[in-house]
Design a protein around this ligand. Structure first.
Ligand code: XMP
Length: 368
């Protein structure tokens, strides 16, 4: 089994040798992996590490401040660089999920590149773990932090080399390491949060308005579902434009609506990009999802609450998983979902609240 202390003993001389007397920039997203990598690096390399949290504009409510607060002891020199305007203006209007991911990645590493110059280093460290590159190599999605494993030459493209001390670890091992390094439970037990953040939860065309709705809804879902033992729980926001599909309604025995918005799924071992569907009251979740996923549909949702006015649909997403390669949807009582929905619906821009009932496969955990 994994032993954090021997892992540190093993990795320390490697890090010291790679970094030498230079400095190394590390991008901290506030997620478990990058924060743990930064705490590890600080412990081994001290002030030669420059931990930077980039505010991409797609962070959660108050995230930069709270991460700085929570890591004060083990990463005392964390700086926050506000690049939200650069990211937002470049990504506004982009609609396709993969295009968003690729654009985000480019802006992200251009930003790292200029920060590296600013802080006088040609080395960067990141918290990539095993699962990240396995799925990207599999072609399911372009995970923002997977470069080396795809054969991307970061040195010629951005002028820095990459160090990934956690590349062979799995999530539970990273959590153990985090505890060992003295990170608080709010970090070590934190649910995963993707590098591109709320960008990939603001489904379809990115607008500042949609992002604000998403950020607020996500806070509500996180607050309401915290501590219930789910592996991941969050909100996603998309345009509520949809059409009723009579044939499919007949097939599943309940009103089916197909949204213009698209989301990602996995078919066999490859990524698929299909539509979102909602079912008024699915009789059997398993069967409904199975039937609809035979069509061009990747995420099936049940309706929790709706009204006539508004322009966005917000979906509550919760999953249970061991390895994030497959995931189940836990059952949450109708009453609890309704309470969450009522709070989200207080925003007049929200037309309906849905509950994503699709496991992985055929869906992915995130929608993009
Ligand atoms: P999917 O949606 O592919 O997600 O089922 C599996 C796990 O990966 C996380 N995820 C990401 N993490 N950068 C990250 O650091 C990314 O680009 C990214 N995309 C997905 C997701 O939150 C889930 O835990």
């Amino acid at each position: 089994s994994f032993n954090p202390s021997s892992f540190i003993n093993e990795i320390s001389p490697q890090l010291i040798e790679k970094v030498g007397n230079s400095k190394v920039l590390i991008a901290v997203s506030g997620g478990v992996d990058s924060t743990t990598a930064a705490a590890l690096a600080y412990r081994v390399l001290g002030e030669r590490v420059i931990p930077v949290m980039i505010d991409t504009g797609f962070l959660r409510e108050n995230e930069a401040n709270s991460v700085r607060e929570m890591t004060r002891k083990v990463i005392p020199n964390l700086v926050v660089e506000d690049k939200s305007e650069e990211f937002l203006s470049a990504l506004e209007g982009v609609e396709d999920a993969e295009e968003k991911r690729k654009k985000f990645r480019d802006i992200f590493y251009n930003t790292i590149s200029s920060l590296a110059r600013k802080y006088g280093t040609t080395m960067m460290m990141q918290g990539t773990i095993a699962a990240d590159w396995v799925e990207t190599q599999g072609g399911i999605k372009t995970q923002h932090n997977v470069l080396v494993q795809l054969g991307i030459n970061t040195e010629s493209q951005w002028g820095f080399t990459v160090i990934e001390p956690l590349a062979d670890l799995y999530k539970n091992e990273v959590r153990e390491l985090a505890r060992f390094l003295g990170l608080p439970p709010a970090i070590s037990e934190r649910q995963p949060f993707p590098g591109p953040g709320l960008l990939i939860r603001t489904v379809g065309k990115v607008t500042r308005e949609k992002l604000l709705v998403e950020r607020q809804a996500n806070s509500i879902v996180e607050r309401r579902l915290e501590g219930k033992g789910f592996s991941q729980y969050f909100a996603v926001t998309f345009d509520s434009d949809c059409e009723e599909d009579l044939e499919k309604s007949k097939e599943v025995g309940s009103k089916v609506k197909i949204y213009k918005s698209r989301a990602t799924g996995v078919k066999g071992d490859v990524r698929s990009y299909g539509h979102i569907a909602s079912v008024e009251s699915p009789i059997s979740v398993r069967e409904t999802v199975m039937k609809l996923s035979r069509y061009d549909i990747t995420h099936v949702m049940s309706i929790v609450s709706n009204k006539d006015k508004g322009k966005y649909a917000v979906a509550i997403r919760a999953v249970l998983t061991e390895d994030f390669m497959t995931a189940d949807v836990p059952s949450i009582s109708a009453e609890e979902l309704k309470t969450i929905a009522n709070e989200i619906m207080e925003n007049p821009l929200v037309k309906e609240v849905l509950f994503d009932i699709t496991s992985k496969p055929p869906a992915t955990i995130e929608l993009e």
